[in-house]
Each structure stands twice: as C-alpha cells, then as structure tokens.
Design a protein. Structure first.
Length: 158
C-alpha cells in the first residue's frame, strides 16, 4: 500500500520507469508447461507481441503531458492486480498479483494500465471529434484505431 505522502512523491517519469522495467523483464517461461514445441513458440510470440505493444503505449505516455495522477488512476485496470508499493526504505516497486501464469499475463497488465491511462487522458479530446452517428465511446475507439492501428486498438481500447 502507499500513503498519501508516498503517492505525492511519485513522479510521472518514475512510474514510467517502473512500468518499462517491469515490461522488459524476462518472462521465465517453463517449456515443461507446454506439450509441444509449437505451443511453446506460439506463447513466446504472443508474449513478445504484448511486450512491444506495452512498450509503445509506455512511449506514448512518455511523450505526452499526462499528469501523474491520471497515470496512477490507470492502475485500477486489470482488476488492480498491478500496483505500486513501497519497500521499507520508501523506494517504489511494482507488485503483480498473478491470476494463472505470470509469464503470459504480467505484460498484459502493463498494457492495460497504460491503455486505461491513455483513455482517460484523451477521452475529452477524442470525444470532441464525435460524428453525428457515433457515441462518445465510438469516437474515442475510432481515434485510437487511427492512432495505433486495428490490432492494438481492438486489444487494448475496446
């Protein structure tokens, strides 16, 4: 858990560094958990794709002027399983509560946190581009499709 003082001391750059470092860590797949080499390689490709997508979302936040509060609000995504905690010396750390298998899901948590923060950050601007036949949500999703392409938009901004 984090106190109000600890949260106030967090900077956007520090949170982004935590997310980036967490995203870049090795997944630690165990080949024995897969019946075939093909299944293992499929999982490796899926994990690598999620790493690239999460990295792109982190980079987009880094070049934006998103306030740290909006970024911290994004941690409610993915059922709040990715959270910022502090060690005894007060250094911030990311803590992840595994659902089923850590190697296949921790990067998804990073991408979900980033996409949630980006949604909140761009919500008003993108909703203002609404066409007469669209809802605000449809307009926001359309803008994210234009910004990231269909694959990323479908996975992280649906």
């Amino acid at each position: 858990m984090r106190s109000a003082e600890q949260t106030a001391a967090l900077t956007r750059e520090a949170v982004l560094e935590l997310l980036d470092r967490f995203n870049r860590q090795r997944p630690g797949l165990e080949i024995g958990n897969y019946g075939t080499r093909a299944g293992y390689l499929f999982e490796c490709r899926s994990i690598a794709r999620t790493k690239r997508e999460a990295g792109r979302l982190i980079a987009d936040i880094a070049i934006s002027s998103m306030p740290v509060e909006t970024l911290l609000d994004g941690f409610r995504a993915y059922s709040g399983r990715l959270s910022i905690t502090f060690n005894k010396s007060g250094k911030p750390l990311l803590e992840y509560c595994t659902g089923q298998y850590f190697p296949t899901e921790y990067r998804s948590a990073v991408a979900a946190v980033c996409s949630s923060a980006l949604w909140m950050y761009f919500r008003d601007d993108f909703a203002a581009t609404r066409r007469p036949s669209e809802s605000d949500g449809d307009a926001i999703r359309r803008c994210f499709r234009q910004r990231y392409g269909v694959a990323i938009a479908r996975r992280w901004f649906s």
